[in-house]
Ligand binder design. Sequence first.
Ligand SMILES: [Ca+2]
Ligand SMILES: [Ca+2]
Length: 178
Amino acid sequence: MRPTIRSATSLALAALVGVTATAAGAASARPDDVIPVPGATPPTIHISQETHAEGTGGPTGFHFTVSLSHPSDQPVSVDLVTTPGSATSPSDHQSVPATVVFAPGQTTADYVVSVVGDAVPEGDEEFVVEMSNAQGGTIVGGGGLGTILDDDGRGPGGFTTSWASVRHLVQLVLSLPA
Ligand SMILES: [Ca+2]
Ligand SMILES: [Ca+2]
């Protein structure tokens, strides 16, 4: 079955990958559907994943790298904010919204999330740095996953879970037919 091109975006994508957008019922190209020539294409915006030990007795900076696929001759900006996972704010990390602005030619920028370093055994925890409202570029991929490795011993339930697994395995073996 011939695919139907439904939107201007699909049309643009089809043009980018060399597909001829002549399907019946395809949207007609408008002036703003012009495909930029290579080199003038707005860059894509990516963010790194960071995994670090929590630290104890003070904050630990998780440095996320926000990067552009290639330099742009125009300013590029993107809004950043953390969303809680198992790590919440402000008990595990500080959620501070920010706007990162890339000057023309700049391709990397730092976004630092302050993680609370305590002495509480609590297991590894996660949060995500979400990107939104990109100007001059396109957001690609999910957010930046931040993994806080606990460095205060195994959290409550850790050994309990292990022993439960061992007990289950023993029961399984004992219950197998001879
Ligand atoms: Ca700690
Ligand atoms: Ca801890």
